[in-house]
Design a protein around this ligand. Sequence first.
Ligand SMILES: [Zn+2]
Ligand SMILES: [Zn+2]
Length: 674
Amino acid sequence: MFVDVLLDRPLPAPLVYRLDESNAGSHVIGSCVVVPLGREETIGIVIGFNAAPTIDAAKVRSVRRVVASVAPLSQHWLALTRFAADYYQHGWGEVAVPALPPLLRKVPGTRFEASLARARAKSDLQALPPRDKAVQLTTEQREAVGAIGSARGFAAFLLHGVTGSGKTEVYLEAIAERLLESESAQALVLVPEINLTPQFEARLRARFAGLPIVSLHSGLPDAERTAAWLAAHEGRARVVLGTRLAVFASLPRLAMIVVDEEHDASFKAGDGVRYSARDVAVKRAQMADLPVMLGSATPSLESWRQAREGRYTLLTLPARAGAGATRELPSVECVDLRAEAPVQGLAPPVRDALATCVAARDQAIVFINRRGYAPVIACAACGWVSVCRRCTTFAAFHKTDATLRCHHCGWQTRVPVVCPTCGNPALAAVGHGTQRVEEALHELLPAARVERIDRDTTQRRHAARDALAAVHAGTVDVLVGTQMIAKGHDFRRVALVAVLNADSQLVAPDFRAPERLFAVLMQVAGRAGRAGQPSKVLVQTRFPGHPLFAALARLDYRAFAERELADRAAARMPPFVSQALLRAEARSLETALDFLRAAALEGGKVAGASAIALYDAVPMPLAKLAGVHRAQLLVESVSRPALQRWLPIWLQRVREMRFSPRVRWQIEVDPQEI
Ligand SMILES: [Zn+2]
Ligand SMILES: [Zn+2]
């Protein structure tokens, strides 16, 4: 007997192996198998029998063993991974095999057996605890839960509500209703970053106390992640909470999917198979015929469009729902930097507001999306500036350890004492990062307790969590930090939020930059005024008349989204067209560009090319990264099916192209950063 086996290799088709008659029942389909590949052994997945291998039967190697301790993967799971592979233009095995847990991928040995035993030891199914009587849902929350509860078969819901409007209660109750329907039903909850949402996890565990809940994310030790995957695969875990990789978890009794913060860029894989876990989640719900709920205070424009065109059901939670205290929305004001020159990065009205806030014993958040002390140091005498030796970008000045660092490739060096070009000893830090703002805050508010959170302060595991806990406990007066402080934390005493460098994203070349800026500003604004006291958000900008700020001032996502969508429609940009990006990396920029030009030429010859727009090959915004030159070629179509038909044929021709010198290339479907 011969079987087709998926392997984690960029292969156009599965490989054929011989299988003993004793193993050859239909139950073997979906099984994990250990097979020889070259001189090594590797793990693969059997997808079917092969009656007539096209290669010489004598050359077909044998399956070493079937991993009998793991039940076969379902047809649904196989179909899901195949869809993702086709859609994102990768080999099926490159999606399916990496979706297996780590200890199973590494040719299962004794550690795997131990994980298996450990997972099964905690296997007792328990009844769903009754609803906590203290949880009173608002009318809108009840309506949202009801809408999802009455859905039969596939249905997609977009739950739109500002931070603090009570989306989590809706998720929990909707999940509870599904879990009550069947003793074995499973729910999948996807979140952008698990370590930054401890409160969400805590609430999930509190609501479903006693019910087997597992977490699935890349931060777990291999054995733990493997045990969690097995618990899901064997139907013992009733709720699976995970990051994007969990969208491919094997869940035989899946009844519902929730994607929280669905707009978050973390749901898109940044390397390898660049899938969108949100999009795969919706497809999974459709394939398995079950409901999916996407939630956000600032939905992606893709999801918003689906909702306004009726393909998703829009559920809105209008105001803040409070347990106890009435919650007020903050007032949002722009500080015009043209009229109010900043001192040490802080405009006078921001300095005054900080002083007032701290004097009143309230807490303040200062948000600046740039770490380090300053983004660049420069010599006024000769014009020298600090640049990364390996990238086309500046090297940031980190004062705490006197280094220049590249935030893109990690290159670092001691900060020079004098200008490397002219010897001038007076080198100046230009611009502001979190470290410099922290220093300014110490000077401005000598008695205040200032804490900084950015990637440099949070190298240690749980460092971010501990710092945020300090804010909760009230032992911090002013918190300064990057995007890391914006996500999913419920601060109760924050009366002031200051946003220092919004403009850097307002004028960025990527057309999605305003969408991302609006989302992060809404999130930051959501940190203020949670406990009913008046609170405000001050945004420093040189463009106070920008419509984005007008929508922000009213905390009006809808106005922002409608305007932005109209602009995108007029300019024929996503979500009104579908795109793919071919990226090339080479020793020189010209080589990368030449490769893409040759690829574009091939693309024009493929049948159906008239429906595809091929743009010019251009250097990537960061044209050199870690010594590698990079260029990109954007292709798009108003018809997603046309693009999907054209892409695989084109990419096959690109693979067959004779091109030297060597170029590494990769394709991304639905690119989020261009
Ligand atoms: Zn100089
Ligand atoms: Zn660099």
